[in-house]
Design a binder for this molecule. Structure first.
Ligand code: ATP
Ligand code: MG
Ligand code: MG
Ligand code: MG
Length: 436
């Protein structure tokens, strides 16, 4: 993509309304534009990151055995009246009336709807276990939408729902999701700590939040430093093995970690003082096991192995996909801008032509650009070198290929790694090999 043709609007000034670094950088790097409070348009670069984050989430859900569906954003109120949450949910729910005066709502979550969908097909214990998920926009009329997409009103969430015959089966499903989450965040280069959490309006009795440590986080957390030392990348648990999932769960919960609402002073006191950590964190995921809280009132039941009626045990599992884009920036930036990890970068390479019009520069840049279809941004603008360096640093492409007249005449390229600041000078072929 040539920058002279691209829609990548960067801002020089820091927008005054943005209080945290990820929000400032998302506006400055042209990732999002606010449409109304807490509601955003995703511009090309932002959308590419959002899609890459969603793809990683999707791959790991599929790996864990969950299957993707897509439920609508608009839901009928009857479903929520049936579960009893229609009144309870309060002002966070955006309520709508259609032309026939029917009460509808923009879904803040989908427990009711998925239970209704599943009820339409499940008749026997052979239809269990199942785990269905979707990646869909949600709306919550937050009291204080702020920090950009970190706390939006409209936001993209992955939500999965498991159905099991027994409580033991449901715990297995819960552990599968816990492991899938650890893998998901790990792939994005994030360390998200699972912490015992309050179940809130979703209800139930077993729940963990996945928290990324960051000073700008809205949650206060207490944890044992031992939790940070677990190398999840080195683990290879089998999703289908009960024993593996139990071992994974036991390891993930072996050290103390709790959000403020769940802080247990007696247990906390048992953590050796030198390992006690208190900090702020961003909630990027949340998993719940809530038994028959929705299946019961929604009338979901199947015939068990002996013909008896069984009400399936359920869990639900959310990941804040759009929030993750902001969280990734909180975790990866410097004064100059964003430092995208390779796994989620909008484009992997920026080609900086320091002298458009110079035959050797143009030719080398074109050649490199052609070698990375759809993966490179070619800065072919008639701008000063300084402007190009600043914009490439701001937008955070993992690699920059800097091509000036002197190097180009000798067929040389300078590569810069945005994450580390490392630079190396090499031939065109070496650059290709390096960039993969
Ligand atoms: P929070 O405590 O931040 O309000 P929540 O506990 O209400 O979040 P859940 O119902 O657990 O959220 O939803 C699952 C995930 O959706 C959260 O872990 C979070 O990553 C994301 N999420 C929730 N609310 C928002 C929001 N307003 N904007 C962006 N992402 C959100
Ligand atoms: Mg909330
Ligand atoms: Mg929460
Ligand atoms: Mg939550």
């Amino acid at each position: 993509m040539r920058l002279t043709r691209a829609f990548l609007p960067t801002l020089k000034e820091t927008p005054a309304e943005a209080q945290i670094v990820s929000h400032r950088l998302m506006l400055r790097a042209g990732l999002i534009r606010q449409t109304s409070a807490g509601i955003y348009t995703w511009l090309p670069a932002g959308l590419r990151v959002l899609n890459r984050v969603a793809d990683i989430v999707r791959e790991e859900q599929d790996r864990a055995g969950a299957q993707e569906v897509l439920m609508p954003t608009i839901q009928p109120a009857e479903l929520w009246q049936r579960s009893g949450r229609y009144e309870d949910y309060g002002k966070e729910m955006l309520r709508i009336r259609d032309r026939h005066d029917r009460e509808m709502l923009y879904g803040p979550t989908n427990e009711e709807m998925i239970t209704d969908v599943f009820r339409g097909y499940a008749t026997s214990y052979r239809d269990l276990p199942r785990n269905l998920y979707h990646i869909q926009w949600k709306f919550r009329d937050e009291v204080r939408p702020r920090f950009g997409v970190m706390r939006g009103r409209e936001f993209l969430m992955k939500d999965a729902y498991s159905f099991d015959l027994t409580a033991e089966g449901a715990r297995h499903s819960y552990r599968q999701m816990l492991y899938a989450y650890l893998r998901t965040f790990q792939r994005m280069g994030l360390r998200a700590l699972p912490m015992r959490a309050d179940t809130g309006p979703i209800g139930g009795n077993l729940s963990h939040e996945f928290i990324i440590l960051a000073e700008t986080g809205e949650s206060t957390v207490f944890y044992d430093a031992a939790l940070e030392e677990i190398d999840w990348a080195a683990k290879a648990f089998d999703f289908d093995s009960q024993a593996d999932m139990e071992a994974c769960f036991n390891l993930a919960t072996s050290a103390y970690a709790a959000t403020e609402e769940m802080q247990d002073e007696a247990e906390w006191a048992k953590v050796p003082a030198e390992r006690q950590r208190t900090g702020r964190g961003i909630e990027v995921g949340h998993i719940f096991y809530f038994g028959t809280k929705y299946s019961q009132p929604m009338g979901l039941s199947v015939a068990g192995p002996n013909g008896e009626a069984v009400v399936p045990e359920m869990g639900s599992y959310g990941i804040g996909v759009s929030r993750l884009v902001a969280a990734l920036i909180e975790a990866n930036h410097d004064e100059a801008g964003i430092k995208w990890p390779d796994a989620v970068a909008p484009w992997k390479l920026a080609i900086l032509n320091l002298k458009p019009g110079d035959a050797a520069c143009d030719a080398l840049c074109e050649k490199l650009h052609a070698a990375f279809p759809n993966q490179a941004i070619y800065d072919d603008r008639p701008e000063r070198a300084g402007v190009k360096f600043n914009d490439a640093d701001l937008m955070g492409f993992p690699w920059q290929a800097i091509i000036g007249p002197r190097g180009a005449a000798a067929g040389r390229v300078e590569l810069k790694r945005r994450m580390t600041g490392e630079r190396l000078e090499c031939s065109f072929d070496e650059a290709l090999a390096k960039l993969g």
